[in-house]
Design a protein around this ligand. Structure first.
Ligand SMILES: NC(=O)c1ccc(NC2CCCC2)nc1
Length: 246
């Protein structure tokens, strides 16, 4: 996976490239990263890359020409297909399913907007898809881009080391994650659920699945809409619903 970010603030991406599992995976060569700064493609002496909006209104808009050149340069560095993603509140909501699809791409170019956004003509001609990480506005596309990158990287083989933890992630099976505990066995007078100390892996797995179902049902019931259930899940759901009905 070759990630490129078109960004005015390349240093921000150190958060991913120099820390955590993403940083280690980069050093191990499990993925590649580079940035392109539109300012180096400004076609005027002073490096202007933004200008006032036609029609008036507050703030500035990123100009089309430097972005077009920066995206073209990024694409020229890709072997094979490349996909350009623009992060914005106007995009399609990012879901685990979309993250899994993006993880199949060899080259992703993330366009990070600043100011009030980018000239629409760039989105129409050079951006393959717009993605939103939530219904809120932040000052730049860089943090949303890094969240998308981190979610994708976790799904790449070997990045997490213990690949099982990616499958255990919330949403990997369409459910919220179960509660987790570690030492000490009693903390502030609160014990760890007995079953987790039993060493009975089948019972532990069933308890965790039941907890995930309980949490999903109570916190995000809409995630269960349209989801197929295994016989075990159906049985557990039945028990939970009966309990809640009483
Ligand atoms: N919800 C999001 O994924 C998101 C993306 C970008 C952004 N801000 C950028 C967009 C253009 C200028 C700042 N805010 C929010």
């Amino acid at each position: 996976m070759f990630f490129q970010a078109v960004t005015l603030f390349p240093e921000m991406f150190a958060a991913l490239t120099e820390h955590g599992v993403s940083g280690r995976a980069l050093r191990q060569g499990l993925w590649r990263f580079d940035t392109v700064n539109p300012r180096q493609f400004a076609d005027n002496r002073l490096g202007y890359i933004d200008d006032r909006p036609f029609g008036g209104g507050p703030g500035m808009i990123m100009m089309a020409a430097p972005l077009q050149a920066a995206i073209g340069f990024a694409r020229s560095r890709c072997q094979g297909d490349s996909r350009v993603v623009y992060l914005s509140p106007q995009g399609a909501p990012l879901t685990h399913r979309r993250v899994a699809a993006l993880a199949q791409q060899p080259n992703l170019i993330l366009l990070c907007g600043r100011y009030e956004g980018v000239d629409e003509r760039v989105l129409q001609t050079h951006v393959d898809e717009e993605i939103s990480i939530g219904d809120f506005v932040v000052s730049g596309g860089e943090l949303p881009a890094m969240m998308l990158m981190d979610a994708v990287l976790r799904l790449l083989p070997d990045v997490l080391g213990d690949s099982r933890s990616a499958e255990q992630d919330s949403f990997a099976d369409g459910l919220l994650d179960c509660p987790h505990y570690t030492r000490p066995a009693e903390f502030d007078g609160m014990p760890v659920p007995e079953v987790l100390m039993s060493g009975n892996h089948a019972k532990i797995a069933e308890w965790r699945l039941e907890q995930s179902l309980r949490r999903t049902l109570s916190r995000r019931p809409e995630l269960l809409d349209g989801r197929m259930f295994s016989p075990q899940e159906a049985r557990l759901l039945e028990r939970i619903r009966k309990e809640q009905a009483n």
